[in-house]
Structures are given as C-alpha cells and as structure tokens.
Design a protein around this ligand. Structure first.
Ligand SMILES: Cc1cc2nc3c(=O)[nH]c(=O)nc-3n(C[C@H](O)[C@H](O)[C@H](O)COP(=O)(O)O)c2cc1C
Length: 187
C-alpha cells in the first residue's frame, strides 16, 4: 500500500475551537497531521519595502515546504477567507518579490492543495472558492479537494463527521502529479 503524502494544515479562524476548528481537528486526528494556527503566529501584512522579514512568515514557509500537500482551513467570512489567512496568502508575494526567496516560491509548484471551510450555507461562496482556485493556479499548485460544512446550527459531529472522513480519505489517497503533467482544472 502506498503511504500518504506528507501533509500540513494551515488554519485560521476568529475562534480556535469554533466550527472550522472542530472540523479541521477531526480531519487532522484522522490523518495524524500538524495543524498550524496562523492566528498565534506573528505574521504582519504584506510590506512593499519588506521591512517585516524577521517575523514568523519565512520560518513558517520552511516548515510548510517540506510537505507535499497543504490544507488551507478557514471559515467563510464575507465571501472570503479569515484575516490571518488573507495576510498569509498576501505574504506569499514575498516569495515572488524577493530574489533570495524565489527558489522557495517555486517549491510550491506541484504541491497538492486542499480547502477546508465552513459557512452557514449549503455550498461555499463562489467568490471564496474562485479566489483559492486562481491562487493555486497562479502558484502552480494542484487543487485537489475541498470540504465544506454548513454550520448554521454550529458544528454537529454527528452530521459533519462523514464530511471529515471523506476529505481525510481524499488527502490520504492523493498522489503527487509531476508539474509537467498537471491538468489545471479540478472537475
Ligand atoms: C464576520 C463573519 C462573516 C461571515 N460571513 C459569511 C459569509 O459570507 N457567508 C456565509 O455563508 N457565512 C458567513 N459567516 C458565518 C460563518 O462562516 C460560519 O458561522 C462559520 O461556521 C464560522 O466558523 P468559525 O466558528 O470557525 O468562526 C460569517 C460569520 C462571521 C463571524
């Protein structure tokens, strides 16, 4: 049996043990993977002058880049990601801007990307999903799966466990696809 590709989850929400946090933790416990809480790190907004190079972003990227798959876990707040997730995504621009980080940025290419999210609708907002799709596409990452739960009545393990197990299986079974063979569309 093929072993699972190494995977890390990046999580951010206004509450650690809220709907998204409980959903992500269920998935992580199934997969035995690390969940990085972006809200506890010191990562400041993108700076055109890059005066924030000594914050937690670059050490975090080093931790991320050793993995083959990245899970992005966030609630949907106003059709978009949570604030710390947005700051993290913005800071990926550092990898493209700074010549000494360009090689690191290129290491994102070909990695599998998953989205784990919650909202109070049956489907994740189109704008929210589209932003992720275009971001992964730009970075050369492979959008491999999404798990969304409707938490209108909160996170209900009895109702949402199946979704957690489903995405966990997808993450476990995913294979690495060489960049040159990549098909950009998910569906
Ligand atoms: C500031 C804010 C904005 C929200 N915006 C949306 C939204 O655009 N669409 C939606 O379906 N739910 C929206 N919600 C509901 C949350 O997505 C939902 O309650 C989610 O499960 C919260 O996850 P959390 O417990 O991790 O914060 C919003 C909630 C908050 C607090």
């Amino acid at each position: 049996m093929q072993s699972m590709l190494s995977t890390i989850a990046l999580f951010s929400s206004s509450r650690r043990k809220g709907n998204t946090g409980q959903f992500m933790d269920r998935i992580a416990s199934e997969l035995s993977i690390e969940v990085v809480n972006l809200d506890t790190l010191r990562i400041s907004s993108f700076d055109y002058q890059h005066r924030n190079r000594n914050d937690d972003f670059e050490p975090l990227m080093k931790r991320i880049l050793v993995h083959d798959q990245i899970i992005f876990a966030t609630p949907i707040y106003w059709y978009a990601v949570s604030p710390a997730m947005k700051v993290f995504l913005d800071r990926l621009s550092d990898l493209l801007d700074l010549p000494d980080l360009l090689a690191e940025g290129r290491r994102l290419r070909g990695k599998n990307a998953f989205v784990v999210c919650s909202s109070i609708r049956d489907e994740p907002s189109t704008a929210f999903m589209q932003a992720f799709r275009e971001t992964f596409d730009y970075l050369g990452m492979r959008f491999t799966g999404v798990a969304h739960v409707n938490c209108q009545d909160g996170y209900v393990p009895a109702a949402h466990d199946a979704d957690a197990l489903k995405i966990a299986a997808l993450v476990r079974q995913a294979v690495a696809v060489p960049v040159e063979l990549r098909v950009d569309t998910l569906s």
